[in-house]
Design a binder for this molecule. Sequence first.
Ligand code: HAM
Length: 433
Amino acid sequence: MTQETLLYTLPGTRDLLPDELARWQFIEQAAREIFHRYGFREIRTPLIEATDLFARSIGQETDIVGKEMYTFRDQSGKSITLRPEATASVVRAYAQHTMYRGSGTTKLYYLGPMFRHEKKQKGRWRQFYQIGAEVLGCGHPAVEVETIEMVISLLEMFEVKVQLLVNSVGCSRCRPPYIELLRADLRRLSPHLCEDCRRRSEANALRVLDCKVEACQPHIEQLPRITDHLCEECRLHFDRFRKHLTLAAIPFEITPRLVRGLDYYVRTAFEIVSVDLGAQNALVGGGRYDGLSEVLGGPPVSGFGFAMGLDRLVMLLPDQLSARWAEATDLFLAHLGEQAFERALGLARTLRREGFRCNLDFAGGSLKSQLRLANRLNARHVLIIGEDELASGSYLLKDLSDSSQRQLGATEIIQHLRGLQAHPHRSPSDEGV
Ligand code: HAM
């Protein structure tokens, strides 16, 4: 009986293979390094949570909750959801473990997969990856700017060109009257709007502002702007936020139509978009979510954070940059004959214990085929072990980055490689060898 092949991944998911993962690891390492500099500590929450956690925090009327969640009943009949984002989980964990006791401000970051059943498109996946950070227990606009500065400095490391878009979406006091105004205008404009806009006009009027349909644009442009309808506190907060952005010399653009696709935001909302991505150009999204903790049954807590789409950032990473950081092999040990092979195994063992990345060929091929493998593995050095080397204990070490060669014993090889680690950009001529 012939069986259907199982050699495929589900739509919107894919395997990340070793060659590609070098870029991912580079970004992840850099993010950890920078986040630690700003006082953030890692948190890991489950990939599955109670469905209500997301329904209540992200909002019943949002696309995420309404149509994109992977929800199922487990064996006990409980409704479970694969996390579509991590802010709700982080706030839950923060309140559940009373992390608010003690320190005033808690800074947390996370990275990992999120799941949304979205229409497939370039830059859009059903299992995608985010790196995010959340600041809990601080309502100051300066902490928003500090957090944005952190993510921008991370993006600068990757040499990607970005633009910061900011807005205030008001609070529970000033937003409802604004939405009433919006609805009144939307009813009037209804015959000119697309079906999605008409549906959203009643259910989630703010989202109309996010419509991308060409024909709707001139009408949406006429709608009242939320920034003209903020209450005194929200206006003051937005002023101070912009002042701190200016103090930090971070360029930004006020975008009154920026409303975000999650309902928990109050006051500051922002996105960082890339000029080099297509339709799915949002690299980072975030904002303030004071009150979310209470919605989940926790104490009143201020919150601000962002999440960055790792899949999209990887697409933007310049090739030369990722090549510079690609996983390399420090040393490839080429061997000629059985005894040389055994010596190579022993040397590799010693060098690995010393912390170097070593590799060798187990297929026993010709020197030429071994050198080809060394190239494929992106080896910096090749060590050649033949009969003479076996007898003398001194080996020919070839630096493939500049083709220089030197004859060294095992201990000298370690010293030489260590010297290169300490001064990775020093050329051999600087060493006086
Ligand atoms: P979000 O805007 O839904 O916000 O997602 C943040 C980023 O995740 C997006 O800008 C995008 O780069 C990436 N992303 C979202 N969906 C996909 C997808 N289907 N495929 C690829 N990348 C995607 C949040 O998730 C909030 N939790 C952010 C936040 C944290 N707000 C406050 N704290």
